[in-house]
Ligand binder design. Structure first.
Ligand code: MG
Ligand code: MG
Length: 621
């Protein structure tokens, strides 16, 4: 099996699409008929352009409304097929993809449809071409691959084969069991698409929400297992219709598509793939904040209040290493560095360390997934960590025990501060990291993380910001020591959108730090004179009756502006710090068995943040 992508996945003209698809690493391409008909040159010139880019065409598609017709309709369908076969010769492909008919005058009946395909097979043979039949989920008579296979089987012509399309199969919940009984050489094409779990008509779901495998919620790996049993050796060709892709930069989409192809290959049973295994991920190791001078003191005060001490000073640049137990921050206010990241984004998270079992295995997997790497030699670093450059510009290093020690030992001069009293430390670990991203960056980052690590994905949900909807999605490792929350929005004044505008791009919006004593943390902040996000007073009486909380306890929550939630496993507490420069902030959480990230309170946090901005702009006047 080998990767391919349909031109319909990308925005732009056919020329731009071909260029981006080739640059992303593909060798095979599916030509969508509209792209060809709108091309500003002859069909032969399109073929030459494709060949000049080192690409070969796996199919021309779609050939619609062919089967089940009679009389003049049927004759026109065969005339169209003749023309397409001529085009295909000029494009350099021998496969025409026929999708099941939605024609109002098309009739059903497996025997009749098989006859049509048998005759089409004869015509194809004259042109030295092949045809492949796809069951559209909304096909008029054929909408199930088991029926399209029966048509192909009965057509019994060597030039007629089957298309399997993951979207059409999964969107109707069709059983996969029959796939393994189809001979691999009768499957002429496999089209791959994922999708979010939505409840809507098949056509709208398909036209607007398909996404690359790894970005959605379909059980693609079960399909890949079934497919591996057929002996199929042809293309795995992405065919994605997606509103976001239609308006995104085509190169980023093509690169995501190629990564998704590599991810698909990793889903095949071990004997069928050569993809390096993903390295177990065990949580966050450190966070590096690019810090403008005017924000340094406030950040230092906050860290001190939370029990951090300055553990080291970088030997060559103005960067500080702060530590509380195993939680580590680097505050980097280097001017050189500032020119690259700080000037563009302002005070914001620039890099993170991920704890992995084996950083070498991680690098190998990332290379295979075509994830851009940041290697110490390239950046003249004194540490030996390798990481990946995410699409938003942040760098995520993988750190095993040896590299972590190496980095902080070599680069930082230890400070003779008071030894850490672990019991007194407020912060136990980094609980989760939350990103605010444009929709294209969200899809891209989601795919990168899922292709690199073995992660679980929770269903997407909507956060009701007072200024619009924010789509939220969480991925985590199996013991939830790594949790990453994604937020994306189209509404321009939501808290997430404002973050993206002010930071000039997608990035890390907040870091959540976990404590075992949220009240002690709150008191420390108060004692240090650090204000936290004011929570609307009406929240607390409602909370009290919702969970049957004691009034003294509830007053204590309100006094410290603590948000509270419960699930079946326990309680959850949250405090938010005020955003630095209206952008990045911290969350403090205590989880007593609770498993989520406080989704039930997300709308209130957004409302409180919007309100606090109004108050601060009013008082600043
Ligand atoms: Mg298809
Ligand atoms: Mg959070």
């Amino acid at each position: 099996m080998y990767p391919s992508i349909a031109t319909v996945c990308l925005s732009g003209t056919l020329r731009e699409k071909i260029e981006c698809i080739a640059r992303a690493g593909f060798k095979h391409i599916e030509i969508f008929e509209n792209d060809l008909l709108a091309f500003d040159g002859s069909i032969r010139e399109a073929g030459n352009l494709i060949r000049d880019h080192g690409l070969s065409v796996v199919t021309l598609q779609p050939f619609r409304d062919f089967e089940g017709l009679a009389g003049r309709d049927r004759q026109l369908a065969f005339d169209r097929a003749n023309l397409k076969f001529e085009h295909m010769a000029e494009l350099g492909t021998d496969l025409l993809m026929v999708c099941s008919s939605t024609h109002p005058r098309a009739e059903g009946g497996i025997a009749k449809l098989a006859e049509d395909f048998s005759e089409l097979g004869q015509l194809a043979e004259k042109h030295n071409m092949r045809v492949a039949y796809e069951a559209l989920a909304w096909g008029r008579h054929i909408n199930d691959y088991r029926d399209s296979w029966e048509v192909v089987r009965r057509a019994s012509h060597q030039r007629v084969g089957l298309v399997l399309d993951t979207f059409h199969i999964f969107s109707r919940g069709t059983d996969l069991d029959a796939i393994e009984n189809i001979p691999g050489d009768k499957i002429f094409l496999v089209q791959t698409a994922d999708a979010p779990g939505l409840s809507m008509d098949h056509l709208s779901w398909s036209r607007h929400y398909r996404c690359f495998p790894g970005q959605g919620e379909l059980q693609i790996h079960t399909f890949m297992h079934a497919l591996s049993k057929t002996g199929y050796e042809g293309p795995l060709s992405h065919e994605i219709f997606n509103d976001i892709f239609r308006r995104s930069a085509p190169l980023q989409t093509a690169e995501d598509g190629f990564r998704s192809s590599q991810f698909l290959a990793s889903m095949l049973p071990q004997a069928h793939n050569e993809v390096p295994d993903s390295a177990p991920l065990n949580g966050f190791d450190f966070v590096e904040i690019a810090c403008q001078q005017q924000h340094l003191e406030a950040l230092q005060r906050l860290l001190v209040a939370l029990g951090f001490t300055k553990a080291g000073q970088h030997r060559t640049m103005p960067a500080e290493h702060w530590q509380c137990g195993s939680v580590q921050f680097v505050l980097n206010s280097d001017e050189e560095f500032a020119n690259r990241f700080l000037t563009l984004h302002g005070t914001s998270v620039v890099a993170l360390g991920l704890k992995v079992d084996n950083s070498y295995a991680c690098t190998k997997r990332a290379r295979h997934m075509n994830i851009p790497l940041v290697e110490p030699d390239h950046v003249g670093a004194v540490h030996n960590m390798v990481g990946m450059q995410n699409v938003d510009g942040t760098v995520w290093y993988w750190v095993d025990e040896s590299t972590s020690l190496h980095a902080f030992d070599n680069a930082f001069e230890p400070c003779n501060s008071n030894s850490l009293d672990k019991d007194a430390a407020c912060i136990a670990q980094i609980d989760h990291v939350s990103l605010s991203q444009s929709y294209p960056d969200f899809l891209s980052t989601l795919l990168t993380f899922r292709s690199l690590f073995d992660l679980h994905k929770t269903p997407a949900f909507d956060v009701f910001d007072p200024q619009g909807l924010i789509q939220s999605q969480v991925v985590h490792n199996s013991d939830q020591s790594f949790q990453l929350a994604f937020n994306a929005t189209d509404a321009q004044s939501t808290t997430s959108a404002k973050f993206i505008q002010r930071t000039r791009g997608s990035g890390v919006q907040h870091i959540a730090l976990r404590t075992h004593d949220i009240f002690a943390c709150a008191q420390s902040l108060t004692d240090a004179g650090i204000a936290t996000l004011a929570i609307p007073a009406n929240y607390y009486p409602d909370l009290q009756v919702r969970f049957g909380l004691g009034s003294t306890f509830c007053e204590k929550l309100q006094k410290h502006q603590i948000l509270y939630d419960e699930d079946e496993s326990g309680a959850f507490y949250q405090i938010y710090t005020l955003p630095i420069d209206g952008k990045f902030y911290f969350e403090l959480v205590q989880r007593d068995g609770y498993r989520g990230l406080g989704a039930a309170n997300a709308w209130l946090r957004a409302a409180a943040q919007q309100q606090s901005e109004t108050i601060s702009t009013t008082t600043n006047r």
